[in-house]
Design a protein around this ligand. Sequence first.
Ligand code: ADP
Ligand code: MG
Length: 226
Amino acid sequence: MSEAALVLSGVRKSYREGRGRLPVLTGVDCRVAPGEMVALVGPSGSGKTTLLQIAGLLDQADEGEVRIEGIDCAALGDAARTRVRRDRLGFVYQFHHLLAEFTAVENVALPQRIAGRGKAEARAHAAALLDRLGLKERLRHRPGELSGGERQRVAIARAVANGPAVLLADEPTGNLDHRTADHVFGALVDLVRDGRVASLIATHNTGLAARMDRRLSLQDGVLVEE
Ligand code: ADP
Ligand code: MG
């Protein structure tokens, strides 16, 4: 059996609600293998973002296990968690979260610099990624000078800049028209397949979900294979 890059087992999460608790995840299990693309679907409020935040080590589960490339992340201290996030995880959000004062190249170079890569090398890799995503002519543009689809492609380049094992995306095309969404998704597929990245992608776009390898639907706090 090929080792899954991302494993969630028995993940439970509830939020405080008045005097009680609102259960959101009640026992989530899933495994995503390298190079595999899994769609995370389910109605608004079903817990997709909560699940991705836990898988991305941005939030802690109440119970259960998160393993990234075999590392049991619940057991990690803050510094080690940050390292796993930096070196092994990539995240794409619905809103691009690019730094407004920085150019496209600088935005993609930044996580590489934080990971210790030299300036010239980081910029060259950033430029190569952006070129691959069809943004060769946009390297020195700031986010405010880019279209929505272009910004999302920069955000994708940034997410994969350090060669993550796992990519988590939270409605990455949710803000885009259908044609642009298709284009951005195509770019994502390319990079994920090529880099053998295990990806879990929340989407409301049934067309895009259908193009992934599997679809997991969040229903009443658990994942159901569609
Ligand atoms: P989705 O991404 O599928 O729309 P979310 O994970 O954002 O769902 O939310 C799942 C449920 O948890 C919703 O009912 C939401 O209101 C609730 N929720 C999310 N985050 C918090 C929080 N920080 N505190 C309290 N309730 C939250
Ligand atoms: Mg959400």
